[in-house]
Design a protein around this ligand. Structure first.
Ligand code: NDP
Length: 398
């Protein structure tokens, strides 16, 4: 008998709720809470399994504690925004409940992507005998598990990783982001960092471009190097990695709009005075951009996200490419959401199942690569995200 409390009723929260309702062998009761309860109700109404709903301000620890005490879940799945990670972790500690999220904590006023704040909870979770699983989405999340799989099964030592995230889909809008626009634009406009020979190397945002030929008929697309949080935990936990890079596809149209928005100051995250009121330009921009949830029925095409790991096997240089392909329209048919929310929400539920069944267990704060990747991968396919492994092939650096 395991009850889960899901916090956040956005694109990802919708998928997580649908998928928890399919995991009835493990999850027996679900409450979905968010700032706007009507959004929770709208999701619950799409699902036959009974879903409880609640209103909560996840920035407010006493409110969270009250909710958790009332609902008595075994696990809190945090799919609100990265700003709420620490308050939800505090409430889990106060109530003795395990915690899972899909994105590292970010302070509201600085776009800083690092695990330091959450890793600082290690002793407190350990002392209470609780487990926190960080970054159980796709990237971070499955990409960490794919790297761990390369290290366990395909290579004796991993030396280089390239994490490559392609959205080869199209929503037909002039400019829109596939997940929360504020979080997305903060991430994309941040300085690029990659790991090389024991240190971070900083370069300008999106300044390094390659063409990558994606599998299964997707074909060549432009990919741009950027910083992504899973590299921080991967180079810590798999110290043989000498080089780690993260790449994402962007269309020329997306980049053109982003450049103009940046040039005119609309992506700023500091407060500006407007008509006697203080506003944050990026938050205003979010309010006028299409809601990512509205893109679900419009988006066609596929995503392809995976990891190329290169290293040594039996004394020889070798590479392995591990990836998933996900179809936007198939996701919408199944859970009324496009593939970006789907590829995040499904691994969150697989992570939850790993914790609730004890397949992944520990006391403290953990990243995904610290556990055995195989039980996770075995569950991921049947839950909707099959894995493809191309074992071998030419060592081809990006
Ligand atoms: P959305 O903006 O669609 O949804 C966020 C939800 O959180 C909304 O329902 C919002 O409520 C709610 N929320 C925000 N602030 C609070 C608060 N103070 N108290 C209670 N609820 C709150 O975002 P997504 O669903 O796209 O993303 C969810 C998370 O998933 C984010 O952390 C994102 O970074 C992460 N993510 C991870 C990925 C991965 O692969 N690891 C990929 C994509 C996303 P309201 O509707 O009232 O505003």
């Amino acid at each position: 008998m395991s009850k889960v409390l899901i916090i956040g009723a956005g694109g990802v929260g919708g998928v997580v709720t649908h998928k928890c309702a399919q995991a009835t062998g493990v999850i027996t009761a679900i409450t979905l809470a968010s700032r706007t309860e009507s959004k929770c109700r709208a999701i619950a109404d799409q699902i036959e399994f009974p879903i409880g709903t609640a209103q909560v301000d996840a920035d407010n620890v006493p409110e969270l504690i009250e909710l958790i005490k009332r609902e008595q879940p075994k696990l809190v799945i945090n799919v609100a925004l990265p700003y709420q990670d620490l308050t939800i972790m505090d409430a889990c500690l106060a109530t003795g409940v395990d915690y899972l999220d899909t994105a590292n904590y970010e302070p509201l006023d600085t776009a800083k992507f690092e695990y330091s704040w959450q890793w600082a909870y290690q002793d407190r979770f350990k002392e209470k005998g609780l487990m926190a699983l960080l970054g159980s989405g796709f990237d971070p999340g499955v990409t960490n598990v794919y790297t761990a799989l390369a290290a366990k099964k395909y290579l004796d030592e991993v030396h280089e990783i390239d994490i490559i995230d392609a959205n080869a889909g199209n929503h037909g809008q002039p400019f829109a982001t596939n997940f929360n626009p504020e979080i997305n634009i903060r991430e994309v406009t941040a300085a690029c960092r990659h790991w090389e020979n024991g240190d971070w190397v900083e370069t300008s945002p999106l300044a390094t471009k390659r063409v990558f030929d994606f599998p299964d008929g997707i074909g060549p697309m432009n990919i741009y190097r950027m910083y992504h949080e899973e590299m921080e935990s991967l180079v810590k936990h798999i110290p043989t990695i000498k080089k780690a890079q993260f790449w994402m596809t962007f269309s020329d149209n997306y980049l053109k709009h982003l450049e103009v928005l940046q040039n005119v100051g609309m992506t700023r995250i500091d407060e500006v005075e407007f008509n006697g009121q203080k506003i944050v330009p990026l938050q205003f921009l979010k309010a006028v951009l299409p809601d990512p949830g509205s893109l679900g029925p419009l988006t066609k095409g596929r995503t392809c996200i995976g990891v190329i790991a290169r290293g040594i096997k039996d004394g020889k240089r070798k590479q392995v490419y591990i990836y998933n392909i996900c179809d936007h329209e198939a996701c919408y048919r199944e859970v009324k959401s496009q593939a970006i929310s789907y590829t995040t929400g499904v691994p969150a539920v697989v992570g939850a199942v790993m914790m609730l069944t004890g397949k992944w267990r520990g006391e403290g704060v953990f990243n995904m690569e610290q556990f055995d990747p195989e039980p996770f991968i075995e569950k991921l396919g049947p839950m909707g995200l099959p894995t493809v492994v191309v074992d071998g092939g030419d060592w081809a650096e990006l």
